[in-house]
Design a protein around this ligand. Sequence first.
Ligand SMILES: [Zn+2]
Length: 378
Amino acid sequence: MKPTWIILILLALTPCVFATEDIVLRRDDRNIHLSGDVVVEASDGGVLMLTADGFLWAIQPQELLTRETSRLPFKPHDARALSEQLLSELPADFEIHKTIHYLVCHNTSRPYAQWCGSLYERLYRVFHNYWKRRGFTLHEPNFPLVAIVFKDQRSYEQYAASELGDATQSIIGYYSLHTNRVTMYDLTGLESLRAQGRSNLSTREINSLLVGPETERTVATIIHEATHQIAFNCGMHQRFADIPLWLSEGMAMYFEVPDLTSSRGWRNIGAVNRVRLSEFQARLTTRIPGSMQELIQDDSFFKDANLARAAYPESWALAYFLIRSRPQQFLAYLQTLSHKQPLGSDSANERLMDFRSAFGQNLEQFENTFLRHASRLR
Ligand SMILES: [Zn+2]
């Protein structure tokens, strides 16, 4: 008889293969056919389905028309299959620039797409190394990471309107938990130079144009959205899990800080985010004491445009304080959040409990220490 450990090792080496399911759902007056892996079955009959292109579909029970198990195993698209799908979906002038982890789909100039691709890869490497050194090892993504870059605002808005609705004009780039893609447009104005006849800008010329205060928000937006994408694809958070918004936004703003002294536009991590700091400090005099608890316990501050203007900078300041001054506790908190399952929903009490178990019971005292720290930042 074979010893048990051999069987255990064999079991551990057997790759997880999920059977595909075929689903037909009814949404917006049309039938949608999907094949994929059902990752969550909600108790009310709803399901969360992952399709081979990396989309996650949250399907309500009343939308579900049919559901059948197929004989085929579930297999995520590789870069080639995903590229084919993207090119068939996007307008005809789109091309794909492939890097190790990314598919940059663009109708911009090739040098601009290459500049984006190298920025993405640099962030990917730095983000993984940064957390590994602090004890959180992230994994490779299950899908190639997709970034769609439009050459101008008009074509971006046409594409994004179906996802963003009325907010399209005020959002210059976004990461979608549903499609798993980052979408944005060229914010530098380089592409309009190209439209004026400068069609052969070299990478060097682009780099020199991309150093300057006007590119600050461009770099910050690219890095911000890409940080969300990496965090949700490499094991820091699970998509559709109940991750506090102050944390995921604070994390993205911690990384977004551009470095305009570098010809590549972004290099350092953990520098003070000047834009967020001045927004935060400008609001300190009118800030309501004790409001940190509300920021932590639910996401309501982010759902009101006025309150969100204060919630973003405070989320950056809080993440900055925790990452720099409470690294071990912050790591424990991140680990707790990484185990949150898709479609879960935490009550205000559960959110506060997670926070208190990482950073201590006395929130009032904690808030005072945090504010002292943040008001001294320069
Ligand atoms: Zn964000």
